[in-house]
Write a protein that binds this ligand. Sequence first.
Ligand code: SF4
Length: 457
Amino acid sequence: MRVYLDFLGCRLNEAELEQWRRAFVARGHRVVARPEDADVCILNTCAVTGEAGRQSRQMARRLHRRNPQAHIVFAGCDADMEPERAKAIEGVDLVIGNREKDRLVERVIEAFADTVTMPAGALFPDAAHMFPGSRTRAFVKVQDGCNNHCTFCIVTVLRGEERSRAIGDIIAEVNALVGMGYREVVLTGVHLGGYGRDRGTSLFELVRAILRETEIERLRLSSLEPWDIPDQFFDLWEEGEGRLMPHLHLPLQSGCDAMLRRMGRRYTTADYAALVERARRRIPDLTLTTDIIVGFPGETDDEFATSLAFVEKMAFGHIHIFSYSPREGTPATRLPNHVPSAVKKARSRAMHALMRRLKAHHLARYVGDVRPVLWEDVVAEGQGDTRTWSGLTDNYLRVYAVVPAHIDLRNAITPTRLVRVVDGARLLGEPDLTRASWPRHAQVWNTSSHEIPLFVK
Ligand code: SF4
């Protein structure tokens, strides 16, 4: 069976897509790069805003137009919002909500594998390259659901109660990924910091077990709620001896205490600032990123100004900015004084301008330093005999490097001198190619080929 996979929305959706890709391939199916080549198109949808839901349904219709013969599977949050509406979309043959996602691959195979035959000898472009950092950085979903009740959040309604995977299963998955050549694993979940509470364990124990029982070279945490980080947690960066990446994504949502109360968040700005201060003291060269909602119901001009000032003080390396969008079924929709859309737009522009300034400043701090970069993909063919590669430092700075075209850097880690900031948003680096390292299972450095270095088993 030939399967095309696509998604909208968050990192968790992307992590699920990557897991499905690996599961289909492990069961002998092909994951293709274009819907036109597929027997089944699977769409992992988003409903975090009304607009995201609309785009999800539009994307399903577009898939059907591109390949009217393909079965379309409509999965995830927008499937849960209104399953009947999803079923009515032309071309959609299967609707799979969040609670059934763990069995998605089996359900799709049961439903469609017997109805299609792979044309003999047919070649289709493989989709591995469409997954950013594919074979370099893997997202591993360790839990689903959330027991918190932030007043704006539809995700907690759609994803249900917290459920964690067993530590042993996760260790086995990480070890398998290491065996496949992955060098970085990113742990993800709807409420990652809640990991293990339903199993009498914790994220601390999970991270410690991964560091001790696997050989993954770089371990990264996705989003952590600020109230989920006890002091002891920072010991892990010392224990990890450079394998736990110096990067934290701590969603702030607003830099104004009155807003945090209305949002149902469980901290004040003072708590948050104290946490950031501790994190920066314990984790050298930490990059701190966050989420901010602008235009939440009741947000006054003064409250927004307070929020902006606090965000500036925290000196974030990057900010995901969302304009508040009411979602039916969440308490925030019933709050008074919804902010007019023109005001939301103006606040979003102001927050974006601040974000760009903070980001440029954060990147400039590292110019002149040498940091390890894991190279992922070619982003541009250069003029003449060069190509531009993109990769990530340990502390989550996106770096670009122009290198001779015959050199394949995919999945290499190189010490890289960061030479300058381009357009205030990107770092240009000079990798030390003589000190490139490859996964322990793949030690062949082949400069005469554009292929991934040979994997020696
Ligand atoms: S912590 Fe809050 S924002 Fe995050 S998923 Fe749970 S309810 Fe939603």
